[in-house]
Design a protein around this ligand. Structure first.
Ligand code: PMP
Length: 369
């Protein structure tokens, strides 16, 4: 059996020779490689989840609420409370992680014969989900400082006339935010080329120095803001992502969603977490302070750092980033090598984890000088 490989199967041509997405899951003392929140959920919330899940369990013989009405209502309330921009149930859709939100968007607005563009380096799953949904992928440019060069981006949109435009802000893996004016200009450029959807991926927005772009939804039916509970809510294991958009977009994604895609257990857990928003956003403030400390200390040690609005920091430059990654790992600290020549990425952890990381990179600097 083991002599049969993927490429021996009649898989789709575009999947041949490809590798699945995956950061190494190594068992080391300090794991700062996947932009997770380092703080476990607080005990009262764990209790509340148990309670809500126990209630949900009594009805597990039935399919869950297919439209996740209570959850979407609470997500809308969270978005309204934190942005000041009024969104309601009809504007919000939820799925198993924002990866599934993105997949549903590409199934709806991309697909065979259509294309999507992202400005890279950025979140690699945008391109991979495009491939999985048969959507052509266009790798748009970023400047040397990893900002989006508006003229170059507008040119790429005009030339390629994509059906879906991804803008990740704050960007992963580089950490920098995209200015509001740039997003507005990209939306206009995309609409001028042909009516197309612009998906603003705000997975890390709670960590930003700036505000969410939610208010831009006003009068822009082809704009989508994608969010997740994996980062700020410290609930990556929950798998809950969501979007805010014009109600017509919410109606459209329901054409492709699997019926009952969000389990009753997921909905109950997410609702419990939303009851504890205040406490969880308190952790976000601690992480922002730690992120800023990492930036300051890395610079003081002589590293170059990209300005970060996320819960991680891209730092360099290394002659050989992969060797540097290995050496940091030798200190028991796992960071991320995204394959961007000269750069590595570290997620903000607890103060103790960040101290361990800083000790490792200081030692590395000494060795190299
Ligand atoms: N968007 C961006 C920019 C991300 O970095 C991630 C997670 N790494 C996601 C979306 C997906 O997050 P999830 O599916 O956990 O919501």
């Amino acid at each position: 059996m083991s002599d049969v490989r993927i490429d021996d199967l009649p898989v789709r041509d575009e999947l041949r020779g490809k590798s699945p997405y995956g950061a190494p899951q190594l068992d080391v003392p300090v794991r700062l490689n996947t932009n997770e929140n380092p703080y476990p959920l607080p005990e009262p919330l764990v209790e509340r989840i148990a309670e809500r899940v126990r209630e949900a369990a009594r009805d597990l013989n039935r399919y869950p609420d297919r439209d996740a009405v209570e959850l979407r209502t609470q997500l809308a309330k969270y978005l309204t409370d934190t942005s000041g921009y009024q969104v309601g149930l009809a504007n919000v859709w939820a799925a198993n992680g924002s990866n599934e939100v993105i997949q549903q968007l590409l199934q709806t607005f991309g697909g065979p014969g259509r294309t999507a563009i992202g400005f890279e380096p950025s979140y690699s799953m945008h391109g991979l989900i495009a491939r999985g949904t048969g959507t052509g992928w266009i790798s748009g440019p970023r400047g040397d400082d990893f900002s989006i060069d508006l003229a170059a981006a507008e040119k790429a949109i005009a030339e390629n006339r994509p059906d879906v435009v991804f803008v990740t802000t704050p960007n992963n893996p580089t950490g920098n935010a995209v200015p509001r004016e740039t997003v507005l200009a990209l939306y206009d450029a995309a609409q001028a080329a042909k009516p197309s959807m612009v998906v603003v991926d705000e997975a890390y927005i709670e960590f930003s120095h700036g505000d969410s772009l939610l208010p831009l939804l006003q009068g822009r039916p082809n704009l989508v803001i994608s969010r997740t509970m994996s980062k700020a809510f410290g609930a990556a294991g929950l798998r809950l992502g969501y979007l805010a958009a014009h109600p017509a977009v919410v109606d459209a994604v329901q054409l492709v969603r699997l019926p009952y895609h969000l389990s009753a257990v997921t909905q109950a857990t997410a609702l419990a977490a939303l009851e504890h928003t205040g406490t969880l956003l308190g952790y976000v403030e601690q992480l922002k302070a730690e992120r800023d400390r990492l930036v300051t200390e890395l610079r003081a040690t002589g590293y170059e750092v990209v300005e970060s609005d996320a819960n991680f920091v891209q730092f360099g430059r290394f002659e050989d980033a992969h060797t540097a990654w290995r050496k940091i790992l030798d200190h028991g600290v796992l960071v991320r090598d995204n394959g961007i020549p000269g750069w590595l990425r570290v997620s903000a952890g607890t103060p103790e984890e960040n101290d361990a990381f800083l000790d490792a990179v200081r030692a590395l600097k000494k060795e190299q000088s």
